[in-house]
Design a protein. Sequence first.
Length: 129
Amino acid sequence: MSDLKYCQGPDCHTYKTQDRLKGPKGNKTNQTRRRSSFYYGNGNFCDMRCQNDWFNKYGTQAVNHFGRLTEAKHLTEHNAWVKDWNYPNGDFMGSENRQYFLFNTITKEQRPLTEEQFNDSNYTLNTGE
């Protein structure tokens, strides 16, 4: 069985819903939601409201901690590579027929990829900012 975790929304316990109401009859209180998995904010929040509450409370602090941009980023031919795929000849008969490739959104150059390279989140040709 997977471990249960709590929603990280700072005000989750204040929202009135049936599933937040816990405790013995006559002494029920609203509690932070607890689940094995959440779908929002990389699995940290039970809903968008809790995710937004967290960002409104801690967002500026997080951006300052992890690095605030101090100058504009530029898309160049060196960092414009994106992964993509298509079906050759319009053949939509399953993922085994897909062709994977890297595509440069500026130069329009296309380079083939294996499925493993496509699925590797660290594989890229981007070299610039």
